[in-house]
Design a protein around this ligand. Sequence first.
Ligand code: PMP
Length: 387
Amino acid sequence: MELFDVYPLFDITPVKGEGTWIYDDKGNKYMDFYGGHAVISIGHSHPHYVDRIKSQAEKLIFYSNSVQNPIQKELAKKLGELSGMEDYQLFLCNSGAEANENAIKLASFHTKRKKVVALHKGFHGRTSAAVAATDNPKIVAPVNANHEVEHLPMDDISALENTLKNEDVAALIIEGIQGVAGCYMPEKSYLKKAEELCKKYGTMLIMDEVQAGYGRSGKFFSFQLSDVNPDIVTMAKGMGNGFPVGGILIAPHIEPWKGMLGTTFGGNHLASTAALAVLEVIEKADLLNKVTEKGEWLIDQLKDLSGVKEIRGAGLMIGLEFNYPVAELRKSLLKDFRVFTGSSGNPNTLRLLPPLNVSQEEMQLFVDTIKQAISKLEENETIHLNS
Ligand code: PMP
């Protein structure tokens, strides 16, 4: 049987991961500043994380959600403590799209409205409502037609107020930092005002923290940089550090009725253990307090590199925009220098997503390496600086 070819694949076969490093089947070592698409939060195969998963797997991997699962409760408690969102309820599922699908469904049930407002270039996943909320011409499905979604420009408060005032909008869904688009961050004042408008017009504010959450921005959730209190928060990716687990946080004033949220595998013993182990590492290594400083150091080192036009993001979610398309640079970083970086919806933007516990030496090595890669391409004139 052939595999369905979902994504353009690199001709590399990773067989082992360790911290910020990946090894392929030929024994080559690669630096990972991509994290398999923002998934690796505490580094590949972190020993504590592996131990916790191993010992849980030996005890119990899964049993139905119709019985007590104390690991879920422990996870909710620790998540509340570390994020400061103790009064929210946690629903566990298996992916980012599923989290957003449930968040939109919940908002629609709660408000008894259908329409969703999302932002230009936003990415929310590939299930029905999530793909409809996504603004990307390549990621569409005919079922989108079943959803009423309007996309508005980021940071445009009057456009938002106009729509919320004139229409019955169930939810406004926003990424705290737009990942797939290329690390665009809404202004703090926009998020604050959006929160206010949502309250005024009875719209649920959903913050999609699937990519920017779990400490990546330097705060536990990136919307905390703007000091807003969303009605619903969605998360996945870094939550499991590679283990498929997602979740939504539901504000205390929303009452999901029994039966509307559910999924067979959600919050199973192994997934909850993986998510808990990630939190334990974040707490023990004091990562939340270190990410901002690391990000600022990296931004400082990278902002004046030859050809750099703009640098965006927060913490260790950095978009490095050049004056030219980065496809060649990204390819050279991978093939000639063995460094994984991320692409984005902006062809000129490289996305950098190292693990939160990346070391100073590794960051320095990355900076030295990208400088060499840029020089090599400039010497070969592969990059046309003004194209
Ligand atoms: N929301 C955001 C912000 C994302 O970046 C992604 C994945 N790129 C998703 C949702 C969808 O997550 P998943 O692939 O786990 O369904």
